[in-house]
Design a protein around this ligand. Structure first.
Ligand code: MN
Length: 157
């Protein structure tokens, strides 16, 4: 049996030879527009943007002590921690995490990922291509979240 010839150009982006969490041909961008939402020291790389599969696969890196936006939205996140460690809020659940842990963020669920103070933290995040914009917590939402001491300690806004 013979293999069919490859008729397309595979996109093989090599990992940075210096060992960083970036890839040839993949741009490193700001996580979000500056001032659009509260976050600290996060970069964004879109590894795959696949309309046919209906998804985007991104890599986010958070500097030591940094954090993503506390937000919620209709679309789901499938997350794998790739490096580092930290604290996550998903819904009302606060958890310490480390490399290779998985998170599923269900629809309309508050979530935030925060890096430990001593090392960068990076995670892969799969989302659908067509998705709603994140909602930020109102003053009332924040008061409700902070009524749980563990959540009050975990979140950054
Ligand atoms: Mn999100």
């Amino acid at each position: 049996m013979r293999l069919a010839p490859v008729t397309f150009t595979p996109r093989i982006f090599q990992a940075d030879p210096d060992g960083g969490y970036h890839w040839t041909e993949v741009g490193i961008f700001a996580y979000k527009a500056e001032g659009s939402a509260p976050f600290k020291d996060v970069t964004r790389q879109v590894l795959f943007d696949e309309p046919e599969m209906g998804c985007q696969w991104r890599y986010f890196e958070v500097a030591p002590g940094g954090h993503t936006t506390l937000e919620r939205h209709e679309h789901v996140h499938a997350v794998m921690i790739l490096r580092g460690s930290g604290i996550a809020l998903v819904g009302t659940h606060v958890s310490a995490f480390a490399a290779y842990d998985l998170f599923r963020v269900p629809p309309l669920t508050w979530h935030q990922f925060r890096a430990s103070d001593d090392e960068p933290m990076g995670f892969l995040c799969l989302v659908r291509s067509e998705r709603d914009r994140p909602q930020l917590p109102t003053v009332d939402d924040l008061a409700e979240l902070r009524s749980v001491a563990e959540i009050a300690r975990a979140i950054r806004v």
